[in-house]
Design a protein around this ligand. Structure first.
Ligand SMILES: C[S@@+](CC[C@H](N)C(=O)[O-])C[C@H]1O[C@@H](n2cnc3c(N)ncnc32)[C@H](O)[C@@H]1O
Length: 723
């Protein structure tokens, strides 16, 4: 059923039609409608490859209107001729026959006819591949609840636009709500015939139609014993379609109390596994094994689910093996989430938050979460639309997901929420696509295929997928957080960056933070609607406006100078910077340093100084001026807030037992862990080694390796960072 089409992503509101609110007096005639439609279909058949990616229409929030939460039975059925342009017809409904095959673009567009002989265009968006309406079969009867009508660009060209997937329902041919002129009578009469039609559709791999036919067969059967095999068949098809909620209830409905019920429990176990409900899955598979312990598939599935339950309980993972299993087609790791070290509670200030359920040490696993939803789409131009589509389709296919996803809604819709989103109305889960988009924008994370590979200089860092990790989404932001996240495929690994007390709130960085306090807070305000009150932001605000302004000017001047200065290559791949340039940068850096008053910055990171100090490290390193490399590397670390670094001016430190964790645990609560910290420790190690301080060099390498595990989630292989 997948049809190739262009990706269509609407990002800004189209201008309002001058006809808004009125019933158009001039529309395309029936003949014109069919003729242009046939033309579109011909072009589609000539130009689109089968099985290409499905198109996507992201909602246009400027036009937002709510999903209908009413039953079609409670709506006034109106003729197509009474539709007004750019109007949400609250309390009204349409019942129409599909009078053409669909043209598949960003949605499925068909010509429809009502009982009074009126015709119009119906565009259905956001249906999953598993839904029969993604293909809108010709001849079927559909109900459109509280329709939205739009002008379609060209003059006299209009259409009914169904954004919310639950606003359109496929009616059974025998549904008494269908008006007499549209009635065909049942196409197939007996349950046996529907069942055979279902089998046929299954053989043709038309799974949505198979589900439809089995459903009709079940409606026609009265004896539970006859129903059981049809439930088994429908459970199997629903498993194939990824409709795990339906598969689970079908599987359980297929049990009859006979020993053959092992199959019902086996299917229910597989369905629960698909929903990542591993403990439930294990209990069903337990039942299946009790009834028949000899089926190899059941045993295999049981072992698999046992491994997941163990991961959930212990947090033991083989991250290296997970990483090795990644490929462009395999990004979804078969693993469970380990969340036992955290709990959700009211933060009293930032809404809900995540808190440590037990004391954690720097470097410890805080939690590991499998993505709630993450499409395998790393093309940045398509990643957001792909996530939005997956969210909508999964909420349609597996309504139980609504509990997890809808609670993330940040609460900004231009209309009143009904609260019925996620519930079943007319047998279909209500999915409000504007709400879904609101959840996506505030809660999604960008993720590389793996953070470890992303730190390599050769990796294309622009290739990021977007995903939803519902547990991680509950963590609030701090610019100097006590955790760090990394990814291996769709697994999010969260590690502590310093020691955390039991009950302490856990924070993460939403985005890599900008160095200037006002600039980064503008980003938080625009993106998430908050002003950050972390130790760094509050501390920096104490500097006062005048000093903040001066600092900003100094930063801009320094960056401008560094951007303009041409680098000089020695012809062997190393950049050599003239001494005069180094002296100027050093002077400008010191001036900027002086603008960081001791009373504020005693123990705070000085982020604006990181870039120039790093620049000075590189410039001196190219000249093998190792003493200077030590000096500026220590400054980089200090500017990230790390003060407890192995130093050659403190020989006493060399004699005591030393633990690489120290630099992370003894630097206070307001340090900022980043991959640059690891890189600086390596530079420091290199310089110490060149100066003959072997032991100091080893300590720095150890500290770098320890830090790299926090950054990547699992790897100590700091050489991956390159030279
Ligand atoms: C992804 S949610 C985090 C969970 C959220 N606290 C909740 O209760 O659902 C992001 C929202 O949390 C709040 N938030 C996160 N970090 C914050 C911070 N540092 N200060 C104030 N509000 C914050 C903001 O309302 C933001 O839009």
């Amino acid at each position: 059923m997948a049809v190739a089409a262009k990706q269509k992503t609407i990002t800004s509101a189209p201008p309002k039609s001058s006809l808004a609110g009125t019933i158009p007096t001039k529309k395309l005639t029936k003949e014109q409608l069919f003729k242009t439609h046939e033309g579109h279909i011909k072009t589609q058949n000539a130009t689109q490859a089968p099985n290409g990616p499905r198109a996507v229409k992201q909602p246009n929030v400027a036009e937002a209107y709510p999903a209908s939460t009413k039953s079609i039975k409670d709506l006034d059925i109106i003729p197509l001729s009474e539709l007004s342009v750019e109007t949400h017809h609250c309390g009204k409904g349409l019942i129409v026959k599909v009078a053409s095959p669909p043209y598949i673009g960003a949605g499925a567009v068909s010509i429809v006819e009502d009982q009074w002989g009126n015709v119009d265009k119906l565009a259905i968006y956001n249906q999953g591949d598993s839904a029969i309406l993604s293909g809108v079969p010709e001849g079927c009867i559909v109900a459109v609840k509280e329709p939205y009508y739009v002008q379609n660009g060209a003059e006299n060209d209009f259409m009914i636009c169904v954004d919310h997937s639950s606003d359109v329902i496929l009616l059974r041919f025998t549904d008494p709500i269908i008006p007499e002129p549209l009635r065909l009578g049942p196409l197939l009469k007996s349950a046996a015939e529907w069942r055979t039609a279902g089998d046929q559709a299954f053989l043709e791999r038309d799974f949505p139609t198979a589900v439809f036919c089995y459903t009709e067969a079940l409606e026609g059967l009265e004896d539970e014993l006859f129903k059981a095999p049809v439930y088994t068949k429908r459970a199997g098809v629903n498993l194939l379609l990824g409709r795990y909620d339906a598969a689970k209830s079908d599987a359980l409905a297929s049990s009859t109390g006979a020993p053959t019920d092992w199959k019902a429990y086996y299917n229910a176990g597989r369905a629960a596994y698909g929903l990542c409900e591993y403990a439930t899955s294990k209990s069903y598979l337990d039942e299946a094994l009790k009834l028949n312990s000899k089926v190899a598939d059941v045993q295999k599935e049981y072992e698999r689910v046992q491994a997941r339950v163990q991961e959930e309980e212990t947090g033991n993972y083989d991250f290296t093996a997970m990483h090795a299993s990644l490929s462009p087609t395999n990004v979804h790791i078969d693993a469970g989430s380990f969340l036992a070290n955290t709990r959700v509670a009211d933060s009293g200030f930032h809404g809900r938050g995540l808190f440590a359920a037990s004391p954690l040490k720097a470097g410890d696993l805080v939690y590991v979460e499998k993505a709630t939803l993450m499409p395998n789409q790393y093309d940045p131009a398509r990643a957001s639309a792909a996530l939005y589509t997956l969210m909508v389709r999964q909420l349609c296919d597996n309504p139980s997901l609504a509990d997890t996803v809808l609670k993330l809604f940040p609460g900004q819709l231009p209309y009143e929420r009904t609260g019925a989103e996620g519930t079943l109305v007319d047998g279909v889960p209500v999915v409000d696509v504007f709400m879904v988009e609101g959840i996506r924008t505030k809660n999604c994370f960008s993720s590389p295929l793996s953070t470890y590979d992303d730190t390599k200089p050769t990796y294309n860092s622009a290739r990021m997928a977007k995903g939803l990790w519902a547990h991680s989404s509950l963590m609030n932001h701090s610019c100097v957080p006590n955790t760090m996240r990394s990814f291996v495929g769709d697994m999010l690994i969260c590690r502590a960056t310093r020691d955390v007390r039991e009950g302490e709130e856990l924070f993460q960085q939403y985005v890599p933070v900008q160095t200037l306090v006002d600039v980064r807070n503008k980003e938080f305000e625009e993106g998430w609607g908050f002003e950050c009150r972390c130790g760094l932001c509050e501390g920096e605000r104490r500097s006062g406006e005048e000093r903040l302004k001066k600092r900003k000017e100094a930063v801009l001047a320094l960056e401008k100078f560094l951007d303009k200065k041409p680098a000089v290559s020695n012809g062997k791949g190393t950049i050599i910077v003239p001494d005069a340039t180094i002296r100027t940068v050093d002077k400008m850096m010191r001036q900027l340093e002086e603008l960081h008053e001791a009373e504020v910055y005693e123990s705070l990171p000085r982020l604006t100084l990181v870039y120039p100090c790093n620049w000075l490290v590189d410039a001196h390193r190219a000249k093998k001026q190792w003493g200077k490399v030590v000096k500026y590397s220590l400054k980089v670390l200090r500017n990230f807030g790390f003060n407890a670094v192995p130093r050659d001016d403190d020989p006493a430190k060399l004699t005591v037992d030393w633990d690489p964790r120290e630099i992370y645990t003894q630097s206070g609560e307001v340090s900022l862990m980043a991959v640059h910290v690891v890189a600086s420790l390596r530079r420091l190690a290199e310089a110490y080694a060149a100066l003959g301080h072997k032991e100091l060099a080893e300590r720095c390498v150890e500290a770098a390796k320890f830090g790299y595990t926090m950054v990547t989630g699992f790897s100590e292989d700091v050489d991956a960072l390159g030279q």
